[in-house]
Design a protein around this ligand. Structure first.
Ligand SMILES: *Cc1c(COP(=O)(O)O)cnc(C)c1O
Length: 353
């Protein structure tokens, strides 16, 4: 069975081997204050920076999930309130989580077929942080790197926070263009769920110091004190960190992965939207995601498709939120090989013709 669900999704083929090694090497029982853990942690930070092109002066933190990232930003990095641009369910949920902690939080919705343009968006002076969802998993739209850069240029005094949960590790991201990035590993990292990453620029940490929040177990300053010693603020998912380290070690640099992801995506799109005359949920190709492809489908056809796909050994992603009844989704993550995409393509070709 191959899962093309948008997360949790298929895991890397090497996971069984890594798991066996973790057992053999005694990783499962190490203490998170031990030398062994500290060197695992340091090596993993180092690999993340090297493989994903994260600037050397950015700090990396382990969290339990991307959702935890939402909360840390609201409690430790937001002085007044955040402004959230969203066009789908995850961006909106982030806005709502932040609003619970900071009632003044602003939400600005935009269309799935339009790229947000910073000069057309009003962000109040008091709002000190702008939140964007780079890859909106619920509808398969994305905000390309040059747009994030435009936000950076247009709002130089505000922190930029980016949810890259379903794209980090799958496509090239210009980390230097934003201050806070986060993701979890069950999507493009091809790992079992239960670990998240939070990445902060020096400016973000400076803001955290000014705010001085230390009220929570996951207050960023407390996390930073621990991360500086290559430790964590609680007993972390050591196995998850080990699997991340092993898979990063075996992975190509992000520039190469990026090309592969985009190539697989265009092949699948050419087939679905060209040859098979299916309709993308996001009609404007400029805002269409490379890692999550959403295709229009009616409910009856989807029930049939999901059922037959399962018999053939494929798990496809259903629609999500507002688009639940009118779309299905195919994940295009690095762990999905070209051959697996071809096999899925053949199956879809039979189904839709
Ligand atoms: C999956 C997802 C999340 C939530 O991730 P968790 O690890 O379950 O917290 C948040 N944002 C986006 C864009 C996602 O795709």
């Amino acid at each position: 069975m191959i899962s093309f669900s948008a997360g949790p999704s298929k895991v890397h083929d090497n996971i069984p081997r890594y798991l066996q090694d973790a057992c053999d090497e005694g990783i499962l029982s190490i203490n998170h204050r031990s030398k062994e853990f500290m060197s695992l942690c340091r090596f993993t930070f180092d690999l993340l920076k090297r493989k994903l092109d994260i600037p050397g002066d950015y700090s990396i933190f382990f969290t339990s999930s991307a959702t935890e990232g939402w909360e840390i930003i609201a409690q430790s990095l937001t002085k007044t309130y955040s402004s959230h641009l969203y066009n789908g369910a995850f961006g909106q949920k982030w806005f709502q989580y932040a609003q619970k902690l900071n009632p003044q939080t602003k939400g600005i919705a935009f269309d799935i077929n339009q790229l947000p343009h910073p000069e057309q968006i009003e962000i109040t002076d008091e709002s000190d942080i702008i939140c964007l969802t780079q890859n909106e998993t619920s509808n398969g739209s994305q905000i390309p790197d040059p747009i994030i850069f435009q936000f950076r240029e247009h709002f130089p005094d505000k922190l930029l926070a980016i949810d890259a949960t379903s794209s980090m590790g799958g496509i090239y991201l210009g980390f230097q263009h934003a201050d806070i990035w986060f993701a979890s590993v069950q999507k493009c990292f091809g790992l079992p769920a239960g670990l998240g990453l939070l990445i902060c620029s020096p400016a973000a940490l400076e803001q955290a110091r000014k705010i001085g929040d230390r009220k929570h177990y996951n207050s960023l300053l407390f996390m930073a004190d621990n991360a500086a010693k290559f430790q964590t603020h609680y007993t972390p998912n050591v196995l998850g960190i080990y699997l991340l380290m092993r898979s990063l070690k075996d992975s190509s640099k992000i520039e190469k992965t990026d090309l592969k992801t985009k190539m697989k995506s265009s092949l699948m799109q050419e087939m679905l939207f060209g040859k098979l005359k299916q309709m993308p949920l996001v009609e404007n190709a400029e805002c269409r995601s490379d890692t999550v492809l959403a295709i229009k489908v009616d409910k009856k056809q989807w029930t049939k498709l999901a059922e037959i796909a399962k018999k053939e050994g494929f798990i496809l992603g259903g629609g999500y939120g507002e688009w639940k009844e009118q779309s299905f989704r195919i994940a295009n993550f690095p762990q999905h090989s070209k051959e697996e995409h071809k096999r899925l393509g053949k199956f879809l070709q039979v189904f839709f013709s």
